[in-house]
Design a protein around this ligand. Structure first.
Ligand code: NDP
Length: 249
């Protein structure tokens, strides 16, 4: 296989749909073997697994809740058995439970923090031992522009994404001497099921605020991930790469 990721095994969380699916396909296009997780979309995961295999790479889907510490450890152990190594971890699994703070329940807060932030701890902790042994690794955490700017109605989500930035910079500092890099990709407005619920008017308003005058696609985020996963970014760690058509600058 040729490509920027030839010979690498990439593990992506939450790839049955949306951005994760886009990252899986672009990684395969660049020659990587792809292990990916999902929580509930069994059918969609199977379809993606087959699509990836048809591209001539090794691929496997794992049903695993990234927010669950034990499940995350077991999944990583299984991926290591099945693929022999993990070169790149992409923590992408995420959810929203948007509402104003006045109405936000404790459950809305905990579920978002556990799925978006604790999952990053769970999975990163599970992979670092094997990456330390091979003295190389790239960890990419999917944040969000709202983790930088904040957003009314998303206190839980923005907190989880801001937390990812602090976590990632700490990991970059702790593990840099082992040649393990850790970066954040912070997307802006990307068209997926997560953003599909917004009405036309809101969408139009968003587009007008974006210098490139279009919403993003999963492939736009995937391109940034492939770069950070590849050896082209060997000297880049602890960074937040914003992929938002210029919206936040
Ligand atoms: P989607 O809702 O389209 O897809 C979410 C994916 O995550 C699904 O594959 C889902 O699996 C999986 N998932 C959810 N919870 C878990 C869990 N506990 N364990 C394992 N997998 C899980 O979201 P997007 O593709 O839009 O978002 C992907 C990431 O990008 C998220 O972290 C999100 O916060 C971030 N992001 C998205 C933006 C956007 O505009 N769309 C903007 C900025 C950041 P299943 O299908 O089985 O439920």
């Amino acid at each position: 296989m040729n490509g920027l990721l030839a010979g690498k095994t990439v593990l992506i969380t939450g790839a049955s749909r949306g951005i994760g699916r886009g990252i899986a396909l672009k990684s395969a296009e660049q020659g990587a073997d792809v292990a990916f997780t999902y929580r509930s979309s069994v059918e969609k995961a199977k379809i993606l697994e087959n699509e990836l295999k048809s591209m001539g790479i090794k691929a496997k889907a794992y049903q695993s809740d990234a927010a669950d510490f034990v499940q995350a450890q077991k999944t990583v152990e299984q991926v290591l058995v099945d693929f022999g190594k993990i070169d790149v971890l992409i923590n992408n699994a995420g959810i929203t439970k948007d509402t104003l703070l006045l109405r936000m329940s404790e459950e809305d807060f905990d579920r978002v923090i556990n799925t978006n932030l604790k999952s990053v701890f769970n999975m990163t902790k599970a992979v670092i031992r094997s990456m330390m042994k091979q003295r190389k690794g790239s960890i990419i955490n999917i944040g969000s522009v709202v983790g930088i700017s904040g957003n009314a109605g998303q206190a839980n989500y923005a907190a989880s994404k801001a937390g990812i930035i602090g976590f990632s910079k700490s990991v970059a500092q702790e593990l840099g001497s082992r040649n393990i890099r850790c970066n954040v990709v912070a997307p802006g407005f990307i068209e997926t099921e997560m953003t599909a619920a917004l009405d036309e008017k809101v969408l139009e308003d968003w587009k007008n605020r974006i210098p490139l005058r279009r919403t993003g696609k999963p492939e736009d985020v995937a391109g940034a991930c492939v770069f950070l996963a590849s050896d082209m970014s060997d000297y880049i760690t602890g960074q937040v790469l914003v992929v938002d058509g210029g919206m936040l600058m």
